[in-house]
Each structure stands twice: as structure tokens, then as C-alpha cells.
Ligand binder design. Sequence first.
Ligand code: TRH
Length: 430
Amino acid sequence: MPHSKRPAASSQRDAASDAAESAAASRIACDIFCAVIDNFGDIGVCWRLARQLAHEHGWEVRIFVDDPHAFQKLCPALDPGRATQTIEDVVIEHWHEPDHAGETLQIADVVIEAFACELPGVYVAAMAQRERTPVWLNLEYLSAEDWVADFHLRPSPHPRYPLLKHFFFPGLGPGTGGVLKERSLDEARAAFERSAEARAAWWQNATGGPPPDPQATVISLFAYENPAVDALLEQWCDSPTPIVLLVPQGRISGAIARFFSVASFDAHAHAERGPLRAHGLAFTEQRGYDALLWASDVNFVRGEDSFVRAQWAARPFVWQIYPQGDDAHLPKLDAALEHYARTLAEAPRNALARFWHAWNGNDAHAADAPNRTPGTVDAPPQIPPPVPDWRDFAQYLPEFKARSQAWASELAQAGDLGGNLAEFAKTQLK
Ligand code: TRH
């Protein structure tokens, strides 16, 4: 049982149980602390990492999470009312108050504080007392910016205790911590793409109907509220070819409902206008989200974890970055574009940047859009939100598709974050 490391109860020991016990005793124990700021990305990343460390590296993993309700959305097996439970070999503790650190204080070999959340004071004090000092990592948010490689794995001594914390930075390039990627992911995607039955079953389950006509462009839309969505929906209604829109229920659902003049647009909703047919999808268990990306031709994603999954799906995607004050997110958006669009020719690269920026409410790249009427760029006193130009973007879908496939291979070279983290921790535990 994770974190117990108790001797076996039976007195009739055989070689196999001795071996199993010594393997269990040598397993690395890892605690991950996760404070949910909002939405699903914080716990989404922690849950994915926890399962990888448990299943791919054989670690004994425990997650402390302060918002079990957010967690339950992507892990329906979780009972939010329970203080402790084990799911998929990961122990999950409800971190019900900042100083709570489990019923009995057990300090792990590797301690991960996710996204600079503050560890319980008693836990940190006990870390300093531990015979073998734990490896302490602060898992940072993902950024594609260049400085990340310089700061990745930098140590920071604790001001009061003889403890060292290392900053672990995810990133899209060499020298960073990389991004999470399960060992089985490529094969799972290939199997879905190979199997007409698997795809038909997915469409039946998600939309209640068969896969759409191959002529249709299938678009998944996972997004925050976005003033640009109406203009985009209008453009899809004018599309010369069919558009199938798949909308997991969430923050954008209200806007879709208003557009189609219906009360709500949750799971099982359907609406049609001209060539646009939209389906509301249930928010699925986390693994199920990948299949939505694989079933689509273009994926609108947001935040951090879905942004990464869209890259592994190797299809064109549009990123709605998590907005920060003072537009601090815009350099991050550009840094991601620099990687993803690196080898595209100038025209598709510019169209991609225009579309991503417009979808993120930033007009800076829209001024050179081909269909822009001169004189409308600065229209005081009220500047309307920039309009993402679907036709301008969609004309390059074949180029974006080829680039997305190449980019997924390039990204894999930075290594899987789980594997990189496990390797680093092991070097520190020696
Ligand atoms: O939900 P997000 O916007 O999350 C975050 C948080 O806002 C966080 O505070 C912020 O710092 C971070 O973004 C950058 O987007 P994200 O990161 O894509 O997380 C969504 C998770 O939800 C992801 O793990 C995939 C999962 N998911 C499902 O499990 N089922 C679904 O049906 C869908 C649509 C998503």
C-alpha cells in the first residue's frame, strides 16, 4: 500500500514475497501538492503526472488537492466527500486546510509543489528533520519562452531550513523539462486513427450519431468565454463546405446557446444553421479528451494541459492562452508560435499568428490581414474585438496539418516531463 512500507504480515515468507517486499521498500515515495486556482489545468497536470510516475516509473504517489470537486470532473471515480482514497494506484488526500498534511505525517522521498502552492508548515519542518533529505521540486507553469531553459532546475536554498528546492520548468524546447507525454499515447492515437469501428463508436457515444461526411471540417471548441466566438460562428455558417462543431460543455457553452437562440448548449445538445452543425458534448474523464482531439480536424484549446494534448494530437490547433494582467500572456503566445510555426512559409505563418492573436483578443497582428478595410484599424472611441478570419486561416489547413505532424516529433525530442522529472529526482536521491 503506498506510503505504508509495512513488512508483510505473513510469517511464511517465500523468495517471491521477499523480492516483492524489497521492491516495494525501494520504491520512491512522492507527494504532489496541488492548489486549484481555477478551472481544470492545475489538477489536470498533477493528475496526469501522478499517474505517469506511478504507472511508468513505479513510484508510490500521493496527491494532496484542495478542490476535490474540480478533480472529480476529470476523474469521475473520485468521491469528493472522502478524506483519503486510492484511484489507479495513486493515493488522493483532500487537502482541506493549508496546514493539513495527512492523518499521520509521512514525508516522501520526492516532494512536488505544483505551481508555487505553499506546502504545509508542519510538512516543511518535518522535511528538514528527515534522515534522508527529500528532493523538493517546484513544478512551474509551462512557457515556451527562451529564458525557461536558463532557469530550469535552478536550486533555491530554504531561508531557515537546510533544504534545497529546485525549480522544474516545463517547456517546448531543449534544456527545459519538456511536457507530459505518456509512453502509450502515440500508439493509442494510431489505434484510434486505424480503427473505423473505434471512431464510429466514439461518434455514437459523443454525438448520438455516425461520423460526419469526410467533406466536413470537424472542429473541437474548448475555450473560455470569448467575444470573438460570434463572428467565428457567423463565418462557419457561410462556409462553402460543411463544418461540424464539437463543444464540450463549459465556459463557452452559453455563447453557443445564445447564437443558436436555445436555452443551453450542454451535453447532447444539437443545433444547425446552414453548413454549420454543432453538438454539445459531455465533459469527459481526462483520458477521453484525447479522443475528441483525434476525432477533429482542428482543435481550439486553452490553458495548459489541453494546449499540450493538442500538440500530441498532431492536428492544426488554435490556442486560447490563459489571460494574465498587463497582457503578460502575449509574449508567451508569441513564444509558442515561434516553436510551432518555425518551419512554415511566411504566408501561412502570418495567417496562423493573425488568427491566434485575434482569438486571444489582440489586434496587433490583424492590421496586415488581407481582407481588412483600410481606416478601420483605429476606430475610436470603441474598438471592437478583433475578428479571427476563418477563411484566411483555413486556406492553409494542409500546411498546418503537415507542420503539426512534424512539430509533434520535434516536441518529443525535449523528452517527456514525467521521465525528465523522475531522472532528475533519482540523481538527487543518490
Ligand atoms: O481548464 P484550464 O483553463 O486550466 C488552467 C487553469 O485555469 C489554471 O489556473 C491555469 O493556470 C492553467 O489553465 C494554465 O485548461 P487546461 O490546462 O487545458 O485544463 C483542462 C483539463 O481538462 C485538461 O486536463 C483536459 C481536461 N478535460 C477533460 O478531462 N475532459 C474534457 O471533456 C475536457 C474538455 C477537458
